[in-house]
Design a binder for this molecule. Structure first.
Ligand code: CUK
Ligand code: CUA
Length: 645
């Protein structure tokens, strides 16, 4: 206590001399505050590094997976202030995502499976679009592990524009990661299943169950994935996991690891000879090395089979054409992360204490010479692990994921079991520093840390457990994103941020100045198609059209009126309401909600949105604006009058 006070008075008089003037005005000095709140010098330094005064903005913007929420969370660094949730695979009422007709179309497009409407998603890996391997801030992609889907979010308005369902996978994990110019988005399977998902008895696991990696073609001009120009590569049933694209010298190649080369399933090892310890019996699994540029040529040449209408290159073709290779990798690996220069691939085995750095050059030398250590049971050439390795570095217990710094050769790896984050040098192969985190780190995120040009400065530990870090809120705890200052030799822990939405597996951070979102839409925009909404109207053009069994409203909202203020229908009518927000002023969003009808619209300036529902019960139903938009906000209201039939 005495020491704290001494430091505090020192800070107040020396380091924070600039505060002297304001100190005279305020009742409390910095030393007083430090004493009252029990803060030491390190705490105050951390606060100064994260505190973002009112009106100031963050240097980086983070897009974090929202895990079981099926959403994306957006926050700033270094303030760690949450900026937005983006509805992706799950309805999100604030944005009226999944409530207005336009977003329902997007959500349903990839979410109706065998007649079931899926409203749950398990998001894992967001990816920002890249140009020449560098983040360009145009698009965000994210995967759903549970129902294999990829979503496209346009960063012009942070809205989900497209969801595509993978027609051949039953679960996935190794997506989304983008090729250096975002011409492809990768999505790799997780748990093996017959491609296309038909029933096949487990006895035929080795013969019929498969993994795959899908290369989704992205049309940047349209901002949409083109399923018809996308293809997959069939893989053995080794339980594929994460993936990454090569860049620079390794551009044209992709890497996907696997954690169960034992083919253990349902209490039985399907591999031969039988193993005894499930998915961790063997010391190595397989890293899949794919020449995707060559695979693309095979696809274009028609050397594919069709499964559920989707083009698949089978294992035999891939092996014969020199598209697919395997390298043993230690042991039950998780992350696979290509270095910024594209020369190395870092793999971490959860049950190995090392990170393994594979050399792309050494891999290529073996492939070019046709010098293989053997073939697997499916005829895929296996490269020699030792001959492919650049180095292995003793990192700690349970290394998972790796990201890179702006300083050459500097990498960060999450160490799950030890609850540490390691900073290390992948060129020399030595550990530089370690910092304890709280607790059990999964992914980690460096600024633009998986791109060809990382930005350095900060690292965030995405921790699986928070335990005692926050005020208790019941048995279900938030997760803990810990901000770490990485600008100096020694890592410094700065801030704990609770993430209360779901398990944020992975996140990506981009320099804020690369994002240039709209502040309003052109008048009458359907934000999901980004085109003029056919039902948009200007002031004075509002009208209601009636036909038997149907009422269609073409209305507007602007401070402080909803036009029309009365909507009349008869019981049983189909009611369609289109509303255009006529505002041009920044942040003048109006909402629209009708009593007891589950009707909810969010109308940002310029937007037109629609809702269709059945007026199935006669009654008197007020409607109103849900955003406190002006002093006359409560006056933005009207009535839906449904007459008995
Ligand atoms: S995963 Cu969860 S910590 Cu889905 Cu990338 Cu590694
Ligand atoms: Cu518009 Cu409140």
């Amino acid at each position: 206590m005495k020491r704290t006070m001494k430091l505090a008075s020192l800070l107040a008089t020396v380091s924070f001399g600039v505060l002297a003037a304001s100190e005279a005005l305020s009742a409390e000095s910095l030393a007083d505050v430090m004493k009252r709140r029990g803060l030491n010098e390190k705490d105050v330094l951390a606060a100064a590094k994260t505190y973002t005064p009112t009106g100031k903005r963050d240097e980086f913007v983070v897009f974090s997976s929202g895990g079981q929420s099926g959403q994306v969370i957006v926050y700033g660094i270094p303030s760690m202030r949450i900026l937005k949730y983006i509805g992706v695979f799950t309805p999100e009422p604030w944005q009226a995502y999944g409530f207005d007709d336009e977003s329902k179309r997007v959500l349903r497009e990839g979410s109706v499976v065998d007649g079931r409407e899926i409203t749950f998603g398990d998001t894992h890996h967001p990816a920002i679009s890249e140009t020449n391997g560098e983040y360009d801030g145009q698009f965000l992609f994210i995967n759903d592990k549970n129902t294999p889907r990829i979503a496209v979010i346009d960063l012009k308005d942070f809205e989900t524009k497209q969801i595509v369902l993978n027609p051949i996978l039953q679960s996935e994990h190794g997506g989304t990661f983008v090729s250096p110019n975002t011409d492809y988005i990768i999505e790799a399977a997780q748990y093996p299943a017959p491609l296309g998902g038909d029933f096949v008895p487990l006895e035929q696991f080795n013969e019929k169950y498969r993994g795959a990696v899908t290369y989704w073609k992205f049309n940047r001009a349209e901002g949409r994935i083109e399923p018809e120009n996308s293809f997959s590569l069939e893989l053995p049933p080794y339980s594929q996991d994460l993936s990454d694209f090569g860049k620079g010298p390794s551009d044209g190649w992709s890497f996907t690891n696997s954690f169960c080369a034992e083919r253990y399933v349902g209490g039985i090892e399907r591999g031969r000879p039988p193993f005894e310890a499930g998915c961790s019996a063997k010391d190595t699994d397989f890293l899949h090395v794919v020449n995707w540029k060559k695979a693309e040529e095979l696809f274009k040449a028609g050397k594919v089979k069709k499964i559920k209408g989707h083009s698949v290159i089978d294992i035999a073709t891939a092996a014969k054409e020199g598209v697919l290779f395997l390298i043993p990798e230690p042991k039950s690996p998780h992350g696979v992360d290509v270095t910024p220069d594209g020369k190395f691939i870092t793999v971490s085995g959860k049950l190995d204490t090392h990170t393994s750095i594979f050399s792309f050059e050494k891999i290529q030398a073996q492939i070019k010479a046709g010098a293989f250590a053997g073939k697997d049971e499916y005829g895929i050439p296996i490269l020699d692990m030792q001959k492919s390795l650049h180095k292995q570095v003793e990192i700690g217990l349970g290394p998972l994921h790796t990201q890179y710094d702006s300083k050459p050769c500097v990498a960060y790896t999450s160490v799950y079991v030890d609850s540490q984050l390691a900073k290390w040098d992948y060129c020399e192969g030595k550990v530089l520093d370690k910092i304890s985190i709280h607790y059990n780190i999964g992914h980690l995120m460096a600024m633009e840390g998986d791109s060809a040009k990382p930005a350095g400065k900060y690292v965030v530990a995405l921790n699986k457990l928070a335990i005692d870090r926050f005020n208790p809120v019941g048995p279900l705890h938030p997760q803990n994103h810990q901000l770490i200052d990485a600008s100096n030799d020694k890592l410094q822990l700065l801030y704990d941020m609770p993430l209360p939405l779901g398990e944020p597996h992975y996140a990506v951070a981009i320099s804020a100045d690369k994002l240039k979102p709209h502040i309003r839409y052109p008048h009458g925009t359907d934000s999901r198609t980004e085109k003029k909404h056919p039902a948009s109207v200007r002031a004075g053009q509002e009208r209601t059209e009636r036909s038997p069994g149907k009422v269609e409203v073409f209305g507007t909202v602007i401070r402080s009126h909803i036009t029309p203020e009365i909507i009349e229908a008869s019981e049983g009518d189909e009611v369609i309401i289109h509303l255009t927000n006529l505002e041009r002023a920044q942040d003048e969003t109006h909402g629209f909600a009708i009593s007891k009808h589950n009707v909810n619209l969010s109308l940002e300036p310029g937007k037109t949105a629609s809702v269709t529902f059945k007026a199935n019960k006669a009654g008197t139903y007020p409607y109103y604006c849900t955003e406190f938009c002006s002093a006359l906000h409560l006056e933005m209201e009207g009535y839906l009058l449904v007459q008995p039939a």
